[in-house]
Design a binder for this molecule. Structure first.
Ligand code: CTP
Ligand code: MG
Length: 600
């Protein structure tokens, strides 16, 4: 299982973002502490360099003696520069390494989380939006940890160390050098709020764009078939324009903020230089002190200038963090919990009692459904489109939870089984099967968690009347499906999906319209092969052709979420009802077709 160990982010989800960050950094806090400490040392060495400069100017240069001391001092400068450089390097590189690891963990976690969200959540959310959150937002969080978290430490430490050193030099000058600090802080905090909002709008719109792009690419055939390029392009241009506007708003905030903060810091710097010069001229401070001051004050202003940048960048990181946390906050499907999981597997008897189910409250799609299937029996569901057939079978693997009534498997309510266990016992061929861009072999072997032999794969493909087709491809079973390989026909895809489910060898088999895209001849070949396979397992067949459902032990005819007729083929043919009407309609079409063919 791909759960990242020691990295339960669910615990990091908190309404307080600072608390979330603290929890996210679990396991990395020591490295961060070290990185910050190294940063602090680097700042101290920088300040010492200027103090050494003062000593050099006042005691050596002005004294006018070129003694050995000069060389020692020169060595001192080199040494301090080396120390400062190394500590800065160590600090940066350890922060970057931690941030990369953290981002990797976060990405893994988000991916794993996405895979475990409920059907209902995925039904309702947009793929583009989810992609956005697991890529661009995670990356902004990475930058937060690699750049901004360490920058915050650097700013505070540089400011504090240099301020203390300045106080040591000449305290009134030190105080005069920080008069703009309150203004810069207030300004930064104000812009922080504005930029957060603007960036959030910007990211939201980017998600809209990703979704539009992703949808149109997946649905490119529909767009082309309906000749809707122009409309779709216009729509994209509109969305893109909105993105541009929002980006512009974000930039214009920056372009207002930076000049203001630059001007303030510039005035502070020049004012300090000027004041220092006056003090040096009237002899209050030495020339050495003035030079040291001039060097240090730059490193006092630097944090002030960067405080604004930091706060603005942080707001970006925090918005993205919030977006990622919102995703993590969504409850996962609980796959493991459940008291009943017999090691020998299930027999496959199913009893449904007074079952009612809805996706949206107040609009039940299944109402008062009751029926019973013994292990190994075949049930067929027949009914008009939208009558609830797929919904009913999707309840068995607990893709959704029903609201009223009961479903028992071997006499135990299915909510007692862990979902994971249940899904291993049940094989479902979905109505709209999805294949991965992998080889045909990999697609067929997808559902089996162990190594499978070629024989097993071929046997499954044979049962799905697919083996000969695959063999006719030049690459055989290694043919790539989808984007990088062949495009399979609708019927071929369906048969790969059937083979995939058969290879899983489930106790309960669900075929949701599994042969709707294949011709009658192929269908009967599959039906025959399935007939042998169905013998030992409980099978649900959803189909529109009477021939596919005739063989069932129990046929349920559904209409508007209710069972309106039930029985075997023979029983249903005895009574006047939907079943007999469908039968005679399909029979008539077939005889007409035969007559026509004979006429040719
Ligand atoms: N439905 C829904 N949300 C879903 C799936 C289905 O609201 N995630 C609704 C559909 O709009 C439909 C009803 O549930 O009104 C029954 O859908 P379904 O069970 O899919 O009908 P089927 O009988 O399977 O129809 P078909 O023969 O077309 O597959
Ligand atoms: Mg359906």
């Amino acid at each position: 299982m791909a759960v990242v160990t020691g990295f339960d982010l669910k615990g990091a989800v908190s309404d307080n973002r600072v608390a979330s960050i603290w929890k996210l950094a679990t396991g990395y806090r020591n490295v961060y502490a070290w990185a910050t400490f190294a940063m602090g040392l680097a700042a101290v060495f920088k300040a010492l360099t200027y103090l050494l400069l003062r000593y050099f100017v006042d005691n050596v240069l002005i004294g006018g003696q070129l003694t050995q001391t000069v060389f020692i001092i020169a060595l001192g400068f080199v040494g301090l520069a080396l120390l400062e450089g190394s500590f800065t390097f160590f600090s940066r590189s350890s922060a970057a390494r931690v941030a990369e690891n953290l981002a990797r963990n976060l990405r893994d976690y988000v991916y794993d989380h996405l895979m475990r969200l409920t059907y209902t959540y995925h039904d309702k959310s947009q793929t583009g939006e989810l992609i956005q959150r697991s890529t661009s937002d995670v990356d902004a969080v990475r930058r937060f940890f690699s750049d901004q978290a360490i920058m915050a430490g650097r700013i505070v430490l540089l400011f504090v160390v240099n301020f203390i050193a300045l106080v040591y030099l000449y305290w009134p000058l030190a105080l005069a050098s920080v008069v703009v600090v309150p203004i810069v802080v207030v300004l930064s905090v104000y812009f922080f709020g504005r930029v957060s909002d603007a960036y959030e709008h910007f990211q939201d719109q980017e998600a809209v764009l990703s979704t539009t792009l992703q949808e149109n690419l997946s649905g490119i055939r529909v767009v082309k078939a309906f000749a809707r390029h122009d409309y779709e392009t216009d729509k994209f241009e509109g969305d893109n324009w909105e993105q541009f506007e929002r980006g512009k708003r974000l930039l214009s905030l920056h372009s207002v903020f930076w000049p203001i903060s630059d001007i303030l810091c510039g005035i502070q710097l020049v004012g300090g230089f000027f004041l220092g010069a006056l003090l040096a001229i009237n002899g209050t401070i030495t020339v050495g002190t003035y030079l040291a001051y001039a060097g240090m004050v730059i490193w006092l202003i630097w944090p002030m200038r960067n405080l604004g940048r930091l706060i603005v960048d942080m707001s970006v990181g925090l918005v993205s963090l919030q977006r990622v946390l919102d995703l993590i906050r969504v409850d996962k499907e609980d796959l493991e919990t459940g008291s009943h999981a017999p090691a020998e597997g299930v027999a496959g008897g199913i009893r449904v009692e007074n079952l009612t189910f809805w996706y949206e409250e107040g609009h039940p799609v299944l109402q008062d459904i009751s029926f019973e299937v013994k292990p190994g029996e075949v049930v067929a569901l027949l009914g008009s489109t939208g009558s609830g057939k797929s919904s009913l079978v999707n309840l068995l693997p607990r893709f959704y939870d029903y609201q009223e009534g009961h479903i028992y498997l071997d006499g135990v309510e299915i909510t007692e089984y862990p979902r994971h266990y249940l899904r291993k016992q049940i094989g479902i061929v979905e109505q709209e099967p999805f294949l991965f861009s992998r080889t045909i072999r990999e697609n067929i072997a997808f559902g089996v968690g162990r190594h499978v032999t070629d024989e097993e794969v071929h046997a499954a493909a044979r049962a799905a009347a697919l083996h000969d087709v695959i063999e006719s491809f030049p690459e055989g079973y290694n043919t790539l499906v989808g984007e990088r390989g062949v495009t399979l026909s609708g019927g071929q895809k369906q048969r790969v999906a059937v083979a995939r489910t058969l290879l899983k060898d489930p106790r309960i088999l669900i075929l949701d319209d599994a042969t709707s895209s294949v011709d009658t001849e192929t269908e009967s070949a599959i039906r025959e092969a399935l007939g042998r396979l169905m013998e030992q397992r409980t099978t649900f067949i959803i189909a529109h052709r009477i021939q596919s459902v005739m063989i069932a032990d129990l046929i349920l005819v559904m209409d508007k979420g209710r069972i309106v007729q039930r029985g075997t083929h023979d029983e249903l043919m005895q009574v006047d009802g939907i079943y007999r009407r469908i039968y005679s309609m399909q029979a008539r079409i077939e005889t007409d077709l035969e007559k026509e063919l004979q006429g040719v």
